[in-house]
Design a protein around this ligand. Structure first.
Ligand code: ADP
Ligand code: MG
Length: 249
């Protein structure tokens, strides 16, 4: 298996605060990887650097063997890396259909070369549960549904790599089950590599083959769900505090 993403010595400093420090990891093409860690560990900042929203202070990011750090977000998106946002960001005035089409356009290098067939968009809307919501206004959806719309819009860019930032936050148990099925389909049927930041441990443990654990900007562990759930340092730094949530889920 080849690596689709390679992060080397990655660092991000905001003034005096080092949010991410000397971070190394690789993501295998076609895999499902989880990133966990306490609030403020640097998870979202790592995604923001991969997606080109923040320039790293140091280090490099290779996507399909090519350096992408310092490229613009729009260029990185066209190369095939897309993300969703922890804090909901939608264009509130657009309809659901328009929103998803916007993703399709963003994923293409030129509007006129947009290779999307109408039935592909319909299929995507069905997959993400928006098949009856074409004309609904994005701003009128609940925040959990707006996050799902973020997923549908990211998928419409036809990514090879999809970064999901706390997609499940605020969902009830049946919505989580539904989202898990969608994520499996996205990975197994569409062949999209997934990297998932999530606090819902059942999602991470059940879905991911590999888990990376961050604490104060640094990687403190990496391994299979079993290895991570037994790792004393991870339990102390994170899982101990999440135990209640884990048991509840
Ligand atoms: N744009 C920013 N400016 C200044 N500090 C930031 C910025 N973004 C994040 N931080 C800080 O960087 C640290 C890591 O944040 P973040 O990556 O959001 O953590 P996580 O997603 O793991 O909760 C936190 O201390 C946060 O306050
Ligand atoms: Mg975050």
């Amino acid at each position: 298996m080849t690596d689709i993403l390679e992060v080397k010595g990655l660092k991000k400093q905001f003034g005096g605060l080092v949010a991410v420090n000397n971070l190394d990891f690789t993501i295998e093409d076609g895999s499902r990887t989880g990133i966990i860690g306490p609030n403020g560990a640097g998870k979202t900042t790592t995604f923001a650097m991969i997606a080109g929203e923040h320039n790293p202070t140091a280090g490099s990011i290779l996507f399909e063997g090519e350096r992408i750090d310092r490229l613009k977000p729009s260029v990185i998106c066209k190369k095939g890396a897309a993300r969703t946002f922890q804090i909901v960001r939608v264009f509130r005035q657009l309809t659901v259909y328009e929103h998803i089409i916007m993703g399709a356009v963003a994923g293409k290098s030129c509007f006129s070369t947009c290779s999307y067939q109408t039935d592909e968009i319909e299929h995507l809307m069905e997959l993400t549960g928006f098949e009856n919501d074409h004309d609904k206004i994005a701003g009128s959806l609940t925040s959990a549904r707006q996050k799902q719309l973020g997923l549908a819009t990211a998928l419409a860019t036809k990514p090879k790599l999809l970064l999901l930032d706390e997609l499940m936050a605020g969902l009830n148990l049946s919505e989580i089950e539904r989202s898990l099925l969608i994520l499996r389909k996205i990975n197994e049927e569409m062949g999209i590599t997934l990297v998932i930041i999530e606090h819902v441990m059942r999602v991470i443990m059940g879905l991911c083959k590999k888990i990376i654990v961050l604490e104060t900007g640094q990687k403190i562990a990496e391994g299979t769900p079993k290895e991570i759930s037994e790792n004393k340092r991870v339990i102390k730094a994170y899982l101990g505090k999440e135990e209640k949530a884990y048991a509840g889920n």
